[in-house]
Design a protein around this ligand. Sequence first.
Ligand code: C5P
Length: 410
Amino acid sequence: MLDKKNILIGVTGGIAAYKVVEVASRLKKAGANVRVMMTRAATEFVSPRTFQEITGNAVFVEMFGDAAHFHVAHVALADFADLVLIAPATANFLAKAAHGIADDLLTTTILAFDKEILIAPSMNTKMYENPATQANLAILKARGVKILEPASGNLACGVVGKGRLPEPEEIFATIEKIFAPSTKALSGKKILVTAGGTVEAIDPVRYIGNRSSGRMGYEIAKSAVNAGAEVILISGKSELEPPNDLKFIKIESALQMREAVLKDFDSVDAVIMSAAVADYRVKNPAAQKIKKSADTLTLELVKNPDILKELGGLKNSQVLVGFAAETQNILEYANKKLVEKNLDFIVANDVTAEGAGFGVSTNIASIIWRGGNVENFPKMSKADLAEKIIERVASLLNNDKKFPAANVNQ
Ligand code: C5P
């Protein structure tokens, strides 16, 4: 995990500096490139030569003195590092760092560094608890600096209390954790989302369409990307910009959508079918534009395949989620679809309710689970509802399809 990571250790003038030799040694053994910079006071406790031997790299103390290896040492050191560890960090250092004072190589380097900083304070208990020190720590924390709390115990000054530098193993473990790849809820999972409305041609110019904006499905796709999934978004008609970091497939008709969905179905972990797929298409679309002549025009429609129902028949371990946009008897119709299409859950909404349905950015939905449990959500943005849907898909995929036990009102 730490292999080839560039770690810069700043050692300030505390008695615990000797423990940091062990930290440097562990980091080096774990494969990290370690460089050390010290304050002058720190060199009173540990010789730079010790760190130099341990890390195999020159140790930097003076701002202008020992810059033989680097042209502008503080900038070069800051550029080199993926992480800066300050250990032990004295009260003086905390005060300077909190206020942007740069009066030696170490504090100047910190100011030139914009990535992760981990500070391990170590000092006498009273100095640590002094409101000035606590205020400085609060400033640093608020800036996103990570603080490794000192341990309690016997201090070098003879008192027992808080202020001891944590043991090298703990400092090492904290650094490992910082570099651990973040495991997101859908990492390693592949999710197929459909969105928008299908377009069924009447002739080369006209079509039968619907009012779907695609917004719900696009938000679901974005949410799945944010949760770490590899996402395929198959979209019918929509004015929205395709979201980033996913495979985007544009289709027009229900038949094209069916083909695209079936092509990827075997390789995905879940399908969320939020597209408004036309139930019927024109049996024989005209090859040329239909001319205005007769007083009436009859279009013969044939039923489109129900894609989700087909997936319900084909599915093995995939999680299948459907949508039911209704105008009446919502729960009853939604439940019927859930069973017919062999879904894991269905998101139902009354498209006639204010703040729900087509075109608007909010939705009022219920989730009906296989087995009949219902979750009723209040009016929320489609982005928030998308997140709820993705959380539930992730929980099904990560918990071997355990469904919630009871009816829940969110
Ligand atoms: O039966 P109904 O069309 O109302 O079901 C809605 C759900 O089924 C939605 O998830 C929609 O995407 C999906 N559907 C489908 N193929 C169709 C019609 C709807 O997959 N032909």
